[in-house]
Design a protein around this ligand. Sequence first.
Ligand code: BES
Ligand code: MN
Ligand code: ZN
Length: 491
Amino acid sequence: MSTPVSANIIATDIDRIAEAKGRVVVFVDESGKLNQPARRVNKLTRGALGRFLSSDAFAKMKPGDTADMAFPTGMQADAVQVVLLPRKLDAELWRKAGSAIGKARKSFDLLILAGNLKAVQEVLLGVTLRDYDFVDHKTGDLETGGTVTLMVADPDACAGVADSVAALAEGVFFTRDLVNAPANVLTTSEFASHLLALDKLGVAVEVLEEAELEKLGMRTLLAVGQGSESPSKVVVMQWNGGGDEAPFALVGKGVVFDTGGISMKPAAGMEDMTMDMGGAGVVAGVMKTLALRGARANVVGLVGLVENMPDGKATRPGDVVASMKGDTVEIINTDAEGRLVLCDVLWYAQERFKPTGMVDLATLTGAIIIGLGHENAGVFSNDDALCNAFLKSARAEGEGAWRMPLGEAYDKQLKSNIADMKNVGGRPAGSITAAQFLARFVKAETPWIHLDIAGVASTKTETALAPKGASGWGVLALNRLIADRYETPES
Ligand code: BES
Ligand code: MN
Ligand code: ZN
């Protein structure tokens, strides 16, 4: 598992700049006026920094951009990275600058001359989140190691910054590691054991095994996993940091691999379906962050862990199964399995916890990628207040999210001749009919959001704060939603 680099925040000591190894970061503003540490860098380099600031290259930089001065004379560092300060406190720009610093760090020691920067936390979060590499399965010389030091004018004013960045980054890295893991390694059992380890942080974790799921009547979930050698499981994670109120619920699709089952997917790109547990991965990451920062809220995370495989025992197209709710489903296409997993877990979450609100996350449909690409997750909701609060949190964290419609008219596409519903609604509005399917398992009194993260959970190109691969999309937004809406204020 990947551990975020932990930063050391200390008082500025400009006499240590000359000897600093690795990379040194200075911040400059558009006026070209140098702060105290930057003046020292300029002096040590005999004016090289000043010359850079009067260059065309500098003139072309936009706020938040960075540029390298390699192997500066008069310093032991390999590079001085110059950051053009954003003018206002725009978190996204500060994180972007941090991200450029984190991307360049590799295994170098890093000294950030933050001076009296106001946005130390945003910069450090950007550095830490971008400084991620999934190397669990690489051998040989790896670019890992090195230290991160921030020199600041007032270390007392930054108390808690390193810890709160670490709580966020640990959650995001947990999600990314799970999503990046190959399916022969991250089986349902392996996934469950990673979740069980959260009990060390004070999360109460239960694993419901197949016999119990059978007893509970979760036949649609079990129908998805019955062609796999890996046992299906539901894991329940409870963080009780609040009072006596009912919890807020997070529900995740955890298909550790999706072959499509008997309705098998084509070979090309099937390897990407190792990320089909992305929803469960985000739930896991949020729970970890909540525990690490001691959130004053009650939150329960539930994930359905299954593997969708073809086999003699696998579900066939045309099979009819009963959900825990009691509604019957005609499984027309075994590749529309995520909704079959979620509907039982959603129902169980409401029956057991009567949550004050519920968010599910799932890499549910290819259609959402056609609609929104990799920039936004699809957001579906039965509750404007909860939905708007989430959209606001996502915006604040720079995580793209776009609301999509629900409606009875779409629901008609799920009509079955022989059962209460079928599990696919045809090509038109594929993401919406998937959401309509889930909506049938959400009680009218439960404020609910469904997040279709198929396009954002893992990408082939790097994103603002992540290298290519798993992004951890949603951990920050959901953590913020819980902090802003469900947390009891400190007394
Ligand atoms: N896991 C897939 C959706 C998916 C596609 C996630 C691409 C990430 C990237 C899901 O289980 C699926 O197969 N959906 C089908 C539904 C269809 C059969 C109605 C799809 O989108 O094609
Ligand atoms: Mn599928
Ligand atoms: Zn799937």
